[in-house]
Write a protein that binds this ligand. Structure first.
Ligand SMILES: [Zn+2]
Length: 246
């Protein structure tokens, strides 16, 4: 259950990238400590919760409550180990970077969809605003109120959505850029996972091969034993035959 103590330069770089890329997401699930938690978990796998609690300056229960929020979303998993002397469990936490990236991808896609529908809405409908109260209403509401603000009685003005549309566009492109990065890293992590599985399959294949060899050895041994027995009988028989060629 030992965690890596030293990171290579490229691992450090990747960690930094993941904090930038996924920090907001974790923060949205856990609150302001999200980035720190992410940073600690990225040193994993199997980070002892006492280390996490100490680094975050929290109690074990507070720490677990935060981590449960992440595990509810499938982002982290845990192993627990019972302390035989004290009788309690210690949890060891591991972030699933692939699932975190997928979670982030889905979130971003959802945000982009929302922005698209906002944009369509803005472009297809007219809105009105009371400049005194700063209240915006749809055209239907404005009509219903005779184009007069229900709060202050001032006349509504047609809302200029240019700034808002620009804002929607810039937000959309920000999300789209993020999505590109997320997808890049998803590909990298999927390849890594594929290699892991490939390695595991190779190891299992090798295990099966060794087992087959061992089994064959064992049966050969049995066979030889049997042959020896039979051979003795055979040679006895042979000896009894007078016309044996030499
Ligand atoms: Zn008003």
């Amino acid at each position: 259950m030992a965690s890596k103590t030293r990171m290579s330069a490229s691992e450090k770089e990747l960690k930094k990238t993941y904090i930038d890329l996924l920090g907001n997401l974790v923060e949205s699930l856990t609150g302001k400590m999200g980035r720190d938690i992410l940073s600690i978990l990225l040193d994993g796998p199997n980070i002892n919760e006492f280390i996490i609690a100490k680094k975050l300056n929290l109690t074990i229960n507070q720490t677990r409550n935060i981590l449960y929020k992440l595990s509810d979303n499938g982002i982290v998993s845990f192993n627990r180990k019972k302390d035989k002397k004290k009788g309690w469990y210690t949890y060891f936490w591991t972030i699933d970077i692939l699932k975190t990236l997928e979670f982030s991808e889905n979130r971003i896609l959802e945000s982009i969809r929302n922005l698209h529908s906002q944009k369509r809405n803005r472009e297809s409908k007219r809105f009105y605003i009371c400049k005194t109260c700063g209240i915006e209403v749809s055209e239907e509401t404005a009509l219903l109120n005779n184009f007069t603000c229900t709060e202050c009685g001032n006349v509504y003005e047609a809302q200029d959505s240019t700034d808002l549309l620009e804002d929607i566009d810039s937000k959309t492109s920000k999300f789209e850029n993020e999505l590109v990065k997320i997808k890049e890293h998803l590909e990298v992590e999927r390849k890594k996972m594929g290699k892991k599985i490939e390695g595991k399959n190779k190891r299992e294949k090798e295990k099966r091969r060794v087992a087959r060899v061992e089994k064959k050895k064992a049966t050969d041994k049995e066979k030889r034993k049997l042959d020896k027995k039979l051979g003795k009988k055979e040679s006895k028989k042979k000896k009894s035959k007078p016309n044996k060629r030499k």
